[in-house]
Design a protein around this ligand. Sequence first.
Ligand code: DAH
Length: 357
Amino acid sequence: MTSSPLDELDSKVSELLVAIAALDSLDALREAEPGIIGKRSILSTLQKSLGALVSEDRSEAGARLQRARHEVEQTFEARRALLARDARRQGLEKDRLELGDVVVDNVRWAPTTGHPGIIAVTQGQLEDVFVAMGFSVSEGPEVESDWYNFEALNIPPAHPARGMWDTFYVDLGDPETVVLRTHTSPTQIHLMEDAVRAESLPLHAVMPGRCYRRDSPDSRHLATFHQIEGLVVDRGIGFADLAGVIETFTRSYFGPDTSSRLRPAFFPFTEPSAEFEITCTICKGSGCRTCSQTGWIELGGCGVLDPAVLHAVGIDAEEWSGFAFGFGIDRCAQMRHQISDMRALTENDVRFLERFS
Ligand code: DAH
């Protein structure tokens, strides 16, 4: 019998399998990889030596070698998976936090249970009020293209109204084309587009979410804040419907002692537009630092949908009309709980947080 380069294949494979089983860490495995399954491995050397065989022997030997290689590679990968799982377990064990009682200077501190933050609670309550009035709840992305945040809302590039929103730009695509949304209004556009595509008008929805502006925080503003947007698109909708919704909302959320008023304003996406204010709950309308001595606090803006916005999303403004509103969830929390300075919402002072547990 002539000798073949594969005579010792079985014993070589057994040696490799033993070597794999002996690898006891991912580092050891990485180090051994070229010698076991890489170019420097015995199997690769054998592969090269097959060239010397006559052709019928070569194909049979090739198939045998292929099977051997498959077995070694599978065993190697199984070992890698096992070691990776062990490494992950060890990592988790190492990072484990001791959440039981902690004793410091002989004083035992029992862990306290957390609770949802005041903004999350307020958002839930606002959603409940609107759901009870027949609105559905939707959410949209926090990073938007210029088109959704501005253009589709009838605010063309370089329009002076852009000055109303101090925008953070995201370094993506062409300069100043991707923004952290400055309001929840772009979610209106997403919703109307979806409804057009699904042919599912009319629409009655509220859209809560986080927004961002390059604002300096003060007693009534945060650079990262929350709004809830409202949108109705239906037949024969006008300003009186909007006023009715705002009034019903104010009474249900703030109670019968709080008055609201609408003041003429300008927003490019609504015509007519209004600002929506309620009596300052901190001074009960007599004037204080929080309301800049006016007795009123602005919650947000609203108005009848400008036909240009309906056109932008392909809705026939002859057939459909609607209204929209958008106001601050943080402001609602501030007014409902008489928080004189909104910055308290982000300071994580436990004494403040515990007021809302
Ligand atoms: N998006 C506006 C803002 O943040 C508020 C607003 C005004 C929303 C009028 C509306 C609206 O939906 O119709 O300043």
